[in-house]
Design a protein around this ligand. Structure first.
Ligand code: ZN
Length: 62
């Protein structure tokens, strides 16, 4: 079952929704191009039962 989650772009700070699939794993990470500025966002999804958390990071960070 896909879950719609809102993320905020770390580059242009616009918010938009993306679809995540909690059945894909408890910890997922992928790159999603911002729908507004098209820059690559590092997206992390943490699934804990019913609780799905999402984090968006600047791909150059760490
Ligand atoms: Zn953006």
């Amino acid at each position: 079952m896909l879950d719609e989650k809102e993320i905020q772009c770390p580059y242009c700070w616009e918010s938009f929704s993306i679809l995540v699939d909690p059945s894909e794993g408890e910890e997922q990470s992928f790159v999603y191009d911002c729908e507004v500025c098209c820059r690559p966002i590092d997206v992390e999804v943490i699934v804990r039962g019913e609780n799905v958390k999402i984090r968006a990071k600047n791909k150059g960070e760490n």
